[in-house]
Design a protein around this ligand. Structure first.
Ligand code: HEM
Length: 420
């Protein structure tokens, strides 16, 4: 990377600061390690008479050493002397192997989002506006966010995991819930991004990456080797009559730090208010694994648009056909004091505790709803993301996806990066 700086003098500390910022930006936006950084005065970068950068000439000057020796060059940070990436802990915390995996997965996702100008996963959805009310005396340790009776505006987006336009295709279903402080939909307090099934298909980021990057033969081998992947897919793929007739789970754990500083891990789920048993399970013999969906059944008379896509919600405080007043329950996990402990994977018999009810009252204009970029990293510190050091820790799933969502949302909007 060759960059011109102004004013044309830098102290060594300032130069290192700029180099660090460039390396961090390149890693974040392009998932590439920046091997060498050259800083120079205005005029260091060769240009045509019309002002266009002469990339080839710049590369040659770097490779043959003339760039390094040029009087206009102020600072040269060579390969191998890269200081650790600072700033974003999601990039500096992982070990080398996990960092490489993040780069590989996120680069692929970024390319897909850019090419499709849309979400690489969950590409078809419908969003509704409403509010979330914390229950009176919720059954969780005292918390700054889930305070008794507090009400927040929310937006909720339901989606089809594979992005099929036809809702009668048997597929994973998503519910992304954004808790807001005010009217601005792009200023989240908390995003809870959930999908059907209590467990994620992969126990960690390494297994997910293997699944995502394998061809069907490789995926079939993975299903034989790790049976929990098949169990995860069987829970994910659904055939509901409406988005409101299935439960949604965050599947991976995040922090829950009580007012007294005690730390917990939580997972969330969104259910129907009566806690009716879920419907829309797919018979095992219908699954065609490793295919992660089942085509519309021949003769299925249903509209390709299930509620609420077919039946827009009426205005006003109406408990709609969507998820009338789903309860978001914080699931309390093992206490965490001082010692390092990884969030557990699904299961384990820890009881669900109801914390809030969600009421939806109007469907959002698709152009507005589809432009939103949810992210599991959008949370106050006391409900924040759990970081992983390695790609085989359970926390690596959320860690990886927080970066993937950020890059995906930026690329589908045509922006180089930046948080949504
Ligand atoms: C705990 C496991 C996961 C759950 C519950 C989940 C759920 C969801 C949901 C509901 C959406 C739609 C969000 C919306 O409405 O905008 C979504 C989008 C997406 N998911 Fe996941 N997902 C999981 C894991 C992953 C992983 C491991 C990756 C890849 C690293 C991934 C990649 C994506 C991408 C790229 C999008 C589109 C993001 C955008 O452009 O806004 N997901 N996911």
């Amino acid at each position: 990377m060759v960059a011109e700086v102004r004013p044309d003098r830098l102290t060594p500390e300032e130069a290192e600061e700029v180099v660090r910022a460039i390396r961090h930006g390149v890693l974040r936006d392009h998932q590439q390690e920046c091997r060498a950084v050259v800083l120079g005065r205005a005029g260091t970068v060769p240009r045509t008479g019309g002002g266009k950068v002469r990339r080839r000439a710049c590369q040659e000057a770097y490779l043959n050493g003339t760039l390094r020796a040029a009087p206009s060059t102020l600072h040269f940070a060579a390969a191998g002397t890269a200081p650790p990436v600072s700033g974003d802990p999601r990039l500096s915390h992982p070990d080398e192997g996990f960092r490489r995996l993040i780069a590989q997965v996120v680069m692929g996702i970024g390319r897909l989002a850019q090419a499709r100008k849309g979400r690489p996963a969950h590409g078809v959805g419908v969003s509704a506006h409403g509010h979330l009310r914390v229950l009176d005396s919720p059954d969780v340790p005292e918390h700054t966010f889930f305070t008794s009776g507090r009400q927040y505006p929310v937006v909720l987006r339901h989606s089809n995991a594979k992005g099929f336009e036809d809702d009668a295709v048997l597929d994973g279903r998503g519910a992304a819930l954004r808790v807001l402080s005010g009217d601005a939909l792009d200023d989240p307090l908390l995003d809870v991004v959930m999908v059907t099934g209590s467990r994620f298909i992969a126990r960690d980021a390494a297994t997910f990456a293997r699944w995502a990057m394998s061809d069907p033969k490789g995926q079939a081998a993975l299903l034989r080797e790790i049976p929990s992947v098949a169990a995860g897919l069987a829970e994910l793929i659904r055939d509901p009559d409406s988005y409101g007739s299935v439960d949604y789970h965050s599947q991976a754990a995040s922090h829950f730090i009580g007012c007294d500083g005690r730390r917990w891990f939580v997972r969330y789920r969104l259910t129907n208010p009566e806690k009716r048993p879920e419907s829309g399970f797919v018979r095992p013999e219908e699954l065609r694994l490793p295919l992660d969906y089942v085509p519309r059944r021949p003769g299925d008379p249903r509209s390709p648009h299930l509620p609420p896509r077919r039946l827009p919600l009426a205005g006003g405080e109406r408990r709609s056909g969507l998820s009338p007043s789903g309860a978001t329950a914080a699931r309390r996990r093992g206490r965490r004091r001082g010692t390092r402990q990884h969030p557990p994977v699904a299961g384990g018999g820890v009881p669900w505790r109801d914390v809030a009810a969600v009421h939806l009252n109007s469907v959002l204009d698709p152009a507005v709803g589809e432009a939103l970029g949810y992210n599991v990293g959008n949370a106050p510190p006391e409900l924040g993301l759990v970081l992983a050091r390695s790609a085989t820790e359970p926390a690596s799933v959320n860690h990886l996806r927080s970066i993937a969502y950020e890059v995906s949302a930026a690329r589908r909007r045509g922006a180089p990066s930046a948080r949504p």
